[in-house]
Write a protein of this length. Structure first.
Length: 108
């Protein structure tokens, strides 16, 4: 009984080793094949080249996407909730309450 179990284990080990070598061999074969030459454009790449921006329009487009000065840093944020509530009530404006939870560096 013990001998038949050992034989079964040896056969299973041999099958696993052969399968492993077959998979490893195929991956080594895939690594041995050189990558295709991409110096010439493929036929499927036709019409996929990005449009170039003319030099005379570059400054105009850059001005359109450049962030304007001001924003988050220019807002007079208040840290006292009670004072902010009184000011909002006097001006008839809503409150934006920004609450952070957790570690100040974002380590939660």
């Amino acid at each position: 009984m013990f001998l038949s179990r050992v034989k079964s284990a040896v056969v299973m080990l041999a099958v696993v080793v052969m399968l492993g070598m077959g998979l490893a061999g195929s991956s080594w074969l895939a690594l041995a094949v050189p990558p295709p030459d991409r110096t010439e454009p493929r036929a499927s790449d036709a019409g996929k080249t990005p449009a170039r921006i003319p030099a005379d329009q570059f400054d105009k487009l850059r001005a359109l996407i450049k962030p304007l000065p001001g924003g988050f840093d220019d807002i007079p944020w208040m840290t006292d909730l009670w004072e902010a509530r009184k000011k909002a009530a006097a001006e008839g404006k809503p409150l934006l309450v920004w609450v952070g939870d957790g570690h100040p560096l974002g380590w939660t």
